[in-house]
Design a protein around this ligand. Structure first.
Ligand code: AMP
Ligand code: MG
Length: 350
C-alpha cells in the first residue's frame, strides 16, 4: 500500500512537471555558405552535429569556394570530358545535392525566361563577385563581357545518373556553374526536411535570412522573420517589414549590400544573363514566400533581374508564390509593393 501511494505521488509529480515544463526549444547555430545559420526547434534532443554535417555535405557538392567540391571539379572540367561521382551502394543519386540543384535550376531557368541562370559563373568572376576574388572592374571590357556571355548556356551542361554513379559533362569549353542564388534556400529545405523526418513539428530554419518555419515558437505564435531596410547605410538589424511563416519559406535578394562603386557607378552581384552586366534597376529588395525555400531563393534572384513592374507581374502569374518588393520611387523614397496574396504573411510594415 505504501508503495502504491508513493507510485501515485511520483506519477502526479511527473504529470505536473510535464504540464509546467512543455518540451523546451533548442538552438543549433554556426556558419555556412559565407553566412550564419540558426535553427530553432522544439524537442528534448539537440541536433547540432547532425545539422552541421548536413550543411558540410551540401557544401562539399555546391560550394565554388571549396576547390574539391563537385561543382568546382565540374567548373575545371574540359569540354568533352566526363566527371564521374560514385555515391556508393544504395544511394538515390537523383536526390543528391548538386543533382537536386541542377534539376531545380533548370526548372526555374525556364520558368523565369532565363532571368535565373546558374551558368553566370564566368561573369560573376569577371565582375569580381565570385571565387576568383573580389576585384572591382575599373575599366569595363565589353568585348570580354560579350565573349563570357556566350558561356552562359545551360543547354551545354549535361548530367545524368546510372545506378550509384553521377555523370556531368559540358559541351562548350569554359562553361561554369554557380548555385549561390539557390543553394542557401536548398540548404534551408534540407535542414527543415531532416527535422520533420526526425519528428520535429515546430522549427524555424534560418540561413543568412533565408528561412522556413513550421508550427509555433516558444511563445506559441507562428514564426516570423524580418525584411531588412534596403539601404546601404541602414543598421544591419533595421527592419522594413515583418513576415509570418505559417508552414512557409521566405527568401530575400537585394543589391544594397553586395556591390562596389567605380566613378560613381554601382556594380552589384545580380547579373543580368541577357546583357552580361550587373543589373541595376529601381528594385532594391525582393522577398518571395513559397512552400519551399529553394524555389523562393531562385525566384527572388530572378525578380531582381526582371525589375519592376515585370517582377510583380511575373509573381502574380505563379501559383502558391507571393512577393514583397521594395523599390525607390521617382523621388528616391523606399516604396513597398506586394502581390495580391502577400497580405496574409505581412505582420507589420515600417
Ligand atoms: P541571391 O543572393 O540569392 O540573389 O544570389 C546572388 C548570387 O547568385 C550572386 O552573388 C551570384 O553568385 C549568383 N547570380 C547572380 N546573378 C544570377 C542570375 N541571374 N541567376 C543565377 N544566379 C545569379
Ligand atoms: Mg536567390
Amino acid at each position: 500500500m505504501r508503495h502504491f501511494f508513493l507510485y501515485c505521488f511520483l506519477i502526479g509529480l511527473v504529470a505536473c512537471v510535464s504540464r509546467e515544463n512543455p518540451q523546451p526549444y533548442q538552438i543549433s547555430q554556426g556558419e555556412t555558405m559565407g553566412t550564419y545559420y540558426r535553427v530553432t526547434y522544439r524537442g528534448t534532443d539537440t541536433f547540432d552535429r547532425q545539422l552541421d554535417s548536413l550543411l558540410i555535405a551540401a557544401n562539399e557538392e555546391l560550394s565554388t569556394y571549396i576547390p574539391q567540391s563537385v561543382i568546382s571539379r565540374f567548373n575545371r572540367l574540359s569540354a568533352g570530358d566526363t566527371l564521374v561521382i560514385d555515391y556508393g551502394e544504395g544511394v538515390d543519386v537523383e536526390v543528391r545535392h548538386l543533382y537536386a540543384n541542377l534539376d531545380a535550376s533548370t526548372f526555374i531557368h525556364t520558368l523565369t525566361d532565363g532571368a535565373f541562370n546558374p551558368c553566370v559563373m564566368p561573369l560573376v568572376n569577371y565582375w569580381g563577385f565570385g571565387y576568383t576574388g573580389r576585384e572591382p572592374v575599373t575599366q569595363v571590357d565589353s568585348v570580354r563581357v560579350d565573349s563570357l556571355l556566350g558561356l552562359v548556356d545551360l543547354s551545354s551542361v549535361k548530367y545524368w545518373n546510372e545506378g550509384r554513379f553521377f555523370f556531368m559533362t559540358k559541351e562548350k569549353p569554359g562553361v561554369e556553374l554557380d548555385m549561390s542564388a539557390i543553394a542557401k534556400g536548398y540548404a534551408v529545405d534540407l535542414l527543415a526536411e531532416w527535422l520533420e523526418d526526425n519528428g520535429v513539428g515546430d522549427y524555424l530554419v534560418d540561413i543568412g535570412g533565408e528561412a522556413r518555419g513550421l508550427g509555433v515558437n516558444a511563445k506559441g505564435r507562428v514564426w516570423s522573420t524580418g525584411v531588412n531596410t534596403p539601404e546601404e547605410d541602414a543598421a544591419l538589424d533595421a527592419l522594413f517589414a515583418v513576415i509570418e511563416l505559417p508552414d512557409k519559406a521566405v527568401a530575400t535578394s537585394g543589391n544594397y549590400r553586395n556591390f562596389y562603386e567605380v566613378d560613381g557607378q554601382k556594380f552589384s552581384h545580380t547579373i543580368n544573363p541577357k546583357t552580361g552586366f550587373p543589373e541595376r534597376n529601381r528594385l532594391l529588395s525582393v522577398s518571395i514566400v513559397a512552400g519551399d525555400c529553394m524555389t523562393a531563393d531562385a525566384l527572388a534572384t530572378a525578380c531582381m533581374v526582371k525589375g519592376m513592374p515585370e517582377a510583380l507581374h511575373f509573381i502574380e502569374e505563379q501559383d502558391s508564390v507571393e512577393g514583397y518588393f521594395i523599390f525607390s520611387d521617382d523621388t528616391g523614397n523606399l516604396t513597398p509593393e506586394y502581390s495580391s496574396g502577400f497580405s496574409t504573411y505581412l505582420k507589420s510594415e515600417e
